[in-house]
Design a protein around this ligand. Sequence first.
Ligand SMILES: *Cc1c(COP(=O)(O)O)cnc(C)c1O
Length: 360
Amino acid sequence: MPHPFFRPERLFVQKGLTVVAQQFASDNYAGICPEVWDVMQQANEGSVPAYGDDEWTNRASDSFRTLFGTRCEVFFAFNGTAANSLALAALCQSYNSVICSSFAHVETDECGAPEFFSNGSKLLVARTDRAKLYPEDIRALATCRSDIHYPKPKVVTITQPTETGEVYSLEEIRAIADTCRELGLRFHMDGARFANACAALGCSPAEMTWQAGVDVLCFGGTKNGMAVGEAILFFDPALAEGFDYRCKQAGQLASKMRFISAPWIGLLETGAWLRNGRHGNTCASRLAERVKALPGLALMFPTQANAVFLKAPEHVLDGLRKRGWRFYTFIGGGARFMFAWDADHERVAQLAADIEALAA
Ligand SMILES: *Cc1c(COP(=O)(O)O)cnc(C)c1O
């Protein structure tokens, strides 16, 4: 029995044989963007050498070097968990530790993979109630012990934008990098939504990474419009030694590599990476603007990228579910809405209207 507020004519769009309503529960609900699809189709022509020894993979790596304006080492993995875990493992010995926020994906959503792939490097979690990590958090964790019984701090990892949709400013990133240099720590960035952060700050990828002192970046392709795939960029080539073997051993070397490398050409060379990021951010800020001042409602975090976290009374959340909306509440009990490259402005407006109606 459909709920009386269910309005199928507005909720559904026809796509092939399946009828689907666009949801904003995760940016991973989105499909493949046209620019990526187009290059994948081109890469599907003919017979091409395997395991990354091909022109598509060379060109994708060069696209990264052009975009970042530096000769970085580039590797491709299937997903973000592998990219983060292997990058951290490359920076650590098993007796080292990695400093992160308590909100960090590596801590809360990777099933211990960073520890597993590093053979035991421990995550040292900053016990704060915010997603951003600050120099004082790092200093506290890195200097509280220096004896043989404590896992020796070696790396700092931050998520840009954070899991709560906040963006570190360039000044904040540089301050973390300065702290890392001073304490002898390496600096890793989880950029699962890197494009959204670049769009939000209006800065270049170089400014946000190697020019600010980041050593290794995991650049998210999946949430940016690809089917699968993340890139790992080492700005100091010496740190990438043996990383190809690490990827292979972890089951992350694609035999038909061109299908996870070529899609990057579609994102990077056409500018789609930034357009997609900007679009997601625009949709998030439109929703946030409409709902932030409604009675009984509040944004849990400033909306700076493509996420909106909404604190709302249970009857509003329940009402949204009954109207067919899907969302997660795993961070602080509020509703999380994520906007990808394909977010439909009308559907965003519909969500806003439903929230307004329920809050009234
Ligand atoms: C999505 C995401 C990842 C990657 O997750 P996978 O499911 O392993 O691809 C990594 N970090 C953050 C912050 C994410 O949101």
